[in-house]
Each structure stands twice: as structure tokens, then as C-alpha cells.
Write a protein that binds this ligand. Structure first.
Ligand code: FAD
Ligand code: NAG
Length: 325
């Protein structure tokens, strides 16, 4: 049985992985493909860190994803997936009751109050993973090609067009922000992000959430780290905003007290990055509609949900195929 996937971002790619695991033949149609540097898709521009999220729901999907990347980091580090120490701070809660993943992640540990940076109410550390998209996306594409997956560069105007081109009777729709057109989804919103790639030895990942959203994510194979973050819903500006660079550095210095005091914006920032997160009001969509399996709207958490979402895609494809037989 042959399945067509629209989209070659992290969601489409890992869906191809779970589908080929289950014995399906897969063709991917996509406008943008791994190694493309365009701002029209999100996946190359992520940090990316695997941070489970306390408040979004979809916990089983995040658990499966955590386990997938954990195993991959140990099985094949050339994938760019690496285990790192993660630190999270929050200023919008008094205790860690909402941190449901404290019993999932290895080496979870609360940070005592006197060691918290100013402004943080709680903090904790554990072992998590980072992914370097510039390495991982081509790596997974190669793995899929060795399983016979065909990649076709194609912009489709409708879901039907994908069916006509390939003759496939089951369609997986993973087009990210493309869903506003292809699924006529009025709830899609692009959330603008801006980060900078900084030369540094810092090799842990840290995150602050609550009144601001700030993070540092080391990138394997590079000698540097991504610093962010910025979250601007509906802002489609593709230009780097110079004024945000010093704001980001100021916040990451507070986040990792002492670690970036000598970072110089002129000298050490090797690249500024702008990207658009495919956010969906009301939450991500994993749902069957006719002969289409929708899988999009993961906002700023596409990597953290990716493998769990892809497993769910395979289950939905199985149920459609059983119905059609
Ligand atoms: C600055 C930044 C930092 C981030 N950091 C993290 C992080 O640390 N951790 C994390 O989990 N997530 C992070 N994210 C979010 C993550 O990048 C996204 O959630 C994820 O990449 C979405 O993947 P996707 O496959 O749904 O969509 P995309 O990567 O956007 O892929 C969509 C695919 O559909 C194709 N497509 C669209 N329309 C059409 C069409 N009409 N015809 C054919 N093909 C089409 C595109 O070409 C592309 O191949 C970050 C995002 C940004 C911008
Ligand atoms: C979009 O964001 C940039 C960078 O912060 C800012 O300069 C610009 O004014 C914003 N545009 C809109 C329409 O809000």
C-alpha cells in the first residue's frame, strides 16, 4: 500500500519513518526539502531542544518523542542528537506540581531557592537532548531514501492534487503553515522567532518560561549555541531586527549567570536567524478527515512532539487502510 505525505518538515519526515517501519511504501511531496535554506518552512530554524512542556497537553506524544530521541542519541550520535544537561526556570508558578515529566526524564533535580537566578521562582535540571536540524534533516532523509522513500519537490495547490499526482488513496497532510491554504484552516498563525548563533563552549541547554521566553541550545558539530527567544504572533517580517540581538544577549546572560559575560555581539554572533512557527489556535491537529490524515500546528514544539505525532499518524493511516480494504 502506498501513502503520500505532503510536507518534508520534521513531522512529515518522522511520519515517513513510522510508516515505512510498518511496511508502507511512501512518497513525500514538498515545496521545501532538507538542506533548503528558505524561510517558507520551520524545521531548519529550530534550536532544537527536546523540552517536554508542562501546560500544552499531549503528554503521551511527548513521552514517546523523548524516548525516541534518547535512544537515537545513544544508538547513532552522527544523527546530531546528543544528550545534554537541561535547566528550566519559571517565574509563573510556585512549585513543580505541573512538571508532569519529572518522573520521566533522567536525573531530575530541583534547584534550591538560594541558587536560583534573580526573577526565577522555581528551577530544576535533568538530562534531555538537543538536535542540530542542519545535520538531522539530511540524515533522516538519507535514512528514508535507503528505505525506498521517494522525495519529490512539488508545490501542491490542494490535497486532491497530491492524490492525482501519485495515485495514492491515503494522504498524510503535514504542511505546517501551509495548512491555512491546503486545509483552509483559519486557526493557523505564524509566530515569528528570532535567534542568533553564537560561538561559545557552553554545552548545556537552559530555558526560562513565564513572563519571558529565553533559551540557549548548544549545536553539536558546530562549536556554538543558539540563543533566543522571541515570540511575535502574526508578524511576518523576514528581516533581522538588530535591536533584538542585545535584548536576547541581555536575557541569556541573566539566564546563565556568568557564562556569557565575555560574549561580544560584533565578534561572536556568526549568524542571525528568523523563523516562523506553525502555531494553531486551539492546539495541534492530529485527525482523520475523509482519506486525509492531518498532522500540523505544533507551533514552537514540533521537535518535542515529532515522534509521538508520527506514531499517531501511523495508527490513523492503519485505520483508514482497514476501512478502504
Ligand atoms: C526560531 C525557532 C526555534 C524553534 N525551536 C524549537 C525547539 O527548540 N524545539 C522544538 O520542538 N521546536 C522548535 N521550533 C518549532 C519547530 O521548528 C516546528 O514546530 C516544526 O519545525 C514544524 O514542523 P512541520 O513539519 O510541522 O512544518 P515545517 O517544517 O514548516 O514543514 C512544512 C513542510 O510542508 C511543505 N509545504 C507547505 N505547503 C506546501 C504546499 N502547498 N505544497 C507542497 N509542500 C508544502 C513545506 O515545504 C515543508 O516541507 C522552533 C521554531 C522556530 C521558528
Ligand atoms: C515585526 O517584528 C519586528 C522585529 O521585532 C519589528 O521591527 C516590526 O515592527 C514588527 N512588525 C509588526 C507589523 O508588528
Amino acid at each position: 500500500m502506498e501513502i503520500v505525505i505532503i510536507g518534508s518538515g520534521i513531522i512529515g519526515l518522522l511520519s515517513a519513518l513510522t510508516l515505512t517501519d510498518a511496511g508502507y511504501k511512501v512518497t513525500i511531496l514538498a515545496r521545501d526539502l532538507p538542506k533548503d535554506d528558505s524561510l517558507d518552512w520551520a524545521s531548519p530554524w529550530a534550536g532544537a531542544a527536546i523540552y517536554p512542556h508542562p501546560d500544552t497537553g499531549g503528554q503521551p506524544l511527548q513521552v514517546e518523542t523523548f524516548k525516541y530521541y534518547w535512544a537515537l542519541a545513544h544508538r547513532d550520535p552522527t544523527s546530531s542528537v546528543q544528550v545534554v544537561k537541561a535547566t528550566e526556570y519559571y517565574d509563573d508558578r510556585e512549585n513543580d506540581d505541573s512538571i508532569w515529566y519529572k518522573t520521566l526524564v533522567p536525573r531530575y533535580r530541583r534547584i534550591i531557592a538560594k541558587d536560583l537566578p534573580s526573577g526565577a521562582k522555581i528551577g530544576f535540571t535533568y538530562q534531555s537532548m538537543t538536535v542540530n536540524p542542519a545535520v538531522f534533516l539530511p540524515w533522516i532523509k538519507k535514512e528514508l531514501e535507503s528505505r525506498g522513500v521517494q522525495f519529490v519537490r512539488k508545490t501542491v495547490k490542494s490535497l486532491r492534487e497530491a492524490e492525482h499526482i501519485t495515485g495514492c488513496r491515503v494522504i498524510v497532510h503535514a504542511s505546517g503553515l501551509g495548512a491555512s491554504g491546503l486545509a483552509n484552516d483559519k486557526n493557523m498563525v505564524a509566530i515569528r522567532g528570532q535567534t542568533m548563533f553564537v560561538e561559545t563552549d557552553f554545552d548545556e541547554t537552559s530555558l526560562h518560561q513565564g513572563s519571558h521566553y529565553t533559551y540557549v541550545i548548544p549545536r553539536m558539530y558546530t562549536g556554538g549555541a543558539i540563543m533566543g527567544g522571541v515570540s511575535q504572533p502574526g508578524n511576518l517580517s523576514r528581516e533581522v531586527a538588530r535591536e533584538l540581538r542585545s535584548d536576547i544577549l541581555h536575557r541569556t546572560r541573566k539566564l546563565c549567570e556568568g557564562s556569557f559575560d565575555s560574549v561580544d555581539l560584533q565578534r561572536d554572533v556568526k549568524r542571525d536567524i528568523v523563523g516562523f512557527r506553525p502555531y494553531r489556535k486551539g492546539g495541534f491537529r492530529l485527525e482523520v478527515e475523509g482519506n486525509v490524515v492531518h498532522a500540523y500546528g505544533f507551533g514552537g514544539l514540533g521537535y518535542a512532539f515529532s515522534y509521538g505525532a508520527a506514531q499517531k499518524v501511523r495508527e490513523m493511516v492503519d485505520s483508514l487502510v482497514r476501512k478502504q480494504l
